[in-house]
Design a protein around this ligand. Structure first.
Ligand SMILES: Nc1ncnc2c1ncn2[C@@H]1O[C@H](COP(=O)(O)OP(=O)(O)OP(=O)(O)O)[C@@H](O)[C@H]1O
Ligand SMILES: [Mg+2]
Length: 207
């Protein structure tokens, strides 16, 4: 499985999503995380702490060609705001494009601006291969209250494919990035719940 995580805004949980999907896929087979963001956030995360806390290898784009044939699952983290051509190239280069978004109006607006393009890509894919997975939107950093916000986001995104699972806004993720570990290794009472959200997304991808 080759999964690319992309988004139309900064700071919406792309890297957090890429890291935890890579954790999920590591349970299924040898997994590589390709850090395609010039900011190198995933690489930085992997090097904090004692620097060996991820169950997968992290490489940058320049190393990806050499490493990828040896891995069963590959997750690619990317920088924010791909233009149309870049989005097309990203989509063409993977089995599933995961697009995280926060449920706030500005992030949803940024996403909706590209919905036409995504719809076009979708019909291209269908004509090429009916079985091919497409893109899917993931609501991230969903605050437990107000519940209404996530509901409104779902309504605004009614026309686009959305994961059923939402990633809750939990401080455990920030602690994980700071400590250089996956969220399930964080000593926080919500850490297991945080991990269960991404596990659920992984299951949706595989189902
Ligand atoms: N579900 C969540 N709950 C709480 N905080 C989160 C959650 N997901 C991510 N964060 C935090 O939000 C910040 C941004 O997350 P992240 O780096 O994953 O976003 P990004 O889209 O990759 O950002 P960038 O555009 O800078 O690459 C980080 O501090 C991260 O720890
Ligand atoms: Mg990032």
């Amino acid at each position: 499985m080759l999964i690319t995580v992309a988004g139309f805004k900064g700071g919406i949980g792309k890297t957090t999503t890429a890291v935890h999907l890579a954790c999920y896929f590591s349970q299924l087979g040898k997994t590589l995380l390709v850090d395609g963001d010039p900011n190198r956030s995933a690489t930085g995360w992997s090097k904090r702490g004692d620097g060996d806390n991820f169950p997968f290898k992290v490489v940058d784009l320049m190393q990806a060609a050499l490493y990828s044939p040896k891995y069963e699952h590959i997750v690619i983290d990317t920088a924010a705001r791909p233009n149309e051509d870049e989005l097309q190239a990203l989509a063409d280069g993977c089995n599933l494009l995961v697009l995280p978004t926060t449920p706030d109006a500005l992030a949803i607006d940024a996403l909706l601006q590209t919905v036409d393009l995504l719809t076009e890509l979708e019909s291209d894919w269908r004509s090429q291969c009916a079985e091919r997975n497409r893109y899917r939107i993931l609501l991230t950093m969903v605050h437990p209250k107000p519940v209404k916000m996530a509901q409104q986001a779902r309504e605004a995104l009614a026309e686009v494919p959305l994961f059923d699972t939402e990633i809750r806004r939990l401080i455990a993720y920030e602690k994980a990035a700071l400590m250089g570990v996956p969220v399930y290794e964080v000593k926080d009472r919500m850490a297991k719940i945080a991990w269960s959200d991404y596990e659920q997304v992984g299951k949706e991808i595989m189902s």
